[in-house]
Design a protein around this ligand. Structure first.
Ligand SMILES: Cc1cc2nc3c(=O)[nH]c(=O)nc-3n(C[C@H](O)[C@H](O)[C@H](O)COP(=O)(O)O)c2cc1C
Length: 319
């Protein structure tokens, strides 16, 4: 059996919770209740609902701001339910990222029908026992070739990096991380271009282009002659680029490249990375990530630091 859809009702009017709750129960939906905007945001985190019914005029944080905040990180379906029925309100609601808009007074039966329609449209298949795939964010790897432009990598031409970042940003409410290629002359220019075109965060670096030759057969060792170099050999290059980029942009930077120990990870954090990724090390040491986590905690204790946040970007350049 698939998971029963869970609906989060956000409205300051208890009568709405009662009436919608009855209908939702009858239709075998699970549901939770939030009575103000603050509660709506925290319950969205804790409950992870499949759909949110959102009143626009709620105490503490308005439904409009709740919707705006949720849409920074999530594509959870939202149906706005409100007494504000003017065209401008409906348009604003939909533009903010609502999937549907119902004006009060409403018929609970219609709300249920709309919930089902939205879930159906978004691919909800729980009744057939299949669950839907949800993503919390997207990472665009712009090292891929643009087949229409003769195989040039998106990540090496600023105009292409800008266009692909903008196109993805315009197509989703999810956070967009753009992953940069190190195979450029000026990594800071590429980082600024993707930041200016809407990247919420930047990850770097992807692999450096390398090559290896079997001297006995005198043939390339790689099937494609050239290929991506990763692992410890690229760490100094990655660290340098992360430091340059983190010093130049406002969005968070995720450090990648040759990280295999806690000390490596801490170097990236000191250089300004907000988070790190571990790739190749997993192949030669499957416990690498666990060791890195405990190693970072040990480092923080030794240094008398409270949290990872407190060491980010604290590289000392003077003295
Ligand atoms: C086997 C392998 C497959 C990879 N596949 C991808 C990929 O599909 N997309 C991508 O953006 N990067 C890919 N990478 C690059 C890594 O995500 C990472 O940017 C790079 O290897 C540097 O990090 P590392 O030294 O920790 O591996 C791959 C790396 C390896 C070793």
């Amino acid at each position: 059996m698939g998971k029963t859809p869970h609906i989060l009702i956000c409205d300051d009017d208890p009568v709405i919770h009662e009436s919608l709750g009855l209908y939702l129960k009858a239709e075998r939906f699970d549901f939770s209740s939030a009575y103000d905007g603050e509660q709506a945001l925290s319950m969205n985190e804790s409950v992870q609902p499949d759909l949110i019914i959102l009143d626009l005029m709620m105490p503490k944080i308005s439904g409009t701001d709740v919707c705006r905040e949720i849409r920074r990180f999530s594509s959870v379906p939202i149906i706005m339910l409100t007494a504000k029925g003017e065209e401008i309100d409906r348009v604003l609601g939909l533009e903010l990222g609502a999937d549907d808009y119902i004006v009060k007074p409403f018929s609970p039966r219609e709300v249920i029908a709309r919930i089902k329609a939205v879930l159906r449209r978004l691919g909800e298949k729980t009744q057939q026992g299949r669950s839907i795939l949800r993503f919390d964010g997207l990472e665009i790897n712009i090292s891929c070739p643009n087949v229409k432009k003769g195989g040039v990598a998106f990540g090496t031409v600023p105009e292409m990096a800008a266009a692909v970042t903008r196109a993805v940003r315009e197509s989703t409410h999810l956070p967009v991380i753009v992953k940069l290629s190190p195979n450029v002359t000026d990594i800071v220019t590429m980082a600024k271009v993707v930041e200016d075109n809407g990247a919420h965060a930047i990850s770097l670096i992807n692999t450096l282009i390398g090559m290896a030759i079997d001297v006995r057969t005198r043939r390339p060792k790689l099937g494609n002659i050239i290929g991506g170099l990763s692992g410890p050999a690229i760490k100094p290059v990655a660290l340098r680029m992360v430091w340059q980029v983190a010093s130049a942009v406002r969005v968070p930077v995720i450090g990648i490249g040759g990280i295999g120990t806690a000390e490596d990870a801490v170097e990236f954090l000191l250089a300004g990375a907000t988070a790190v990724q571990v790739g190749t090390a997993n192949f030669y040491n499957p416990s690498a990530v666990c060791e890195i986590l405990t190693g970072i905690q040990k480092y923080l204790l030794e240094q008398g630091e409270q949290s990872v946040q407190s060491i980010i970007g604290t590289l000392r350049l003077e003295g």
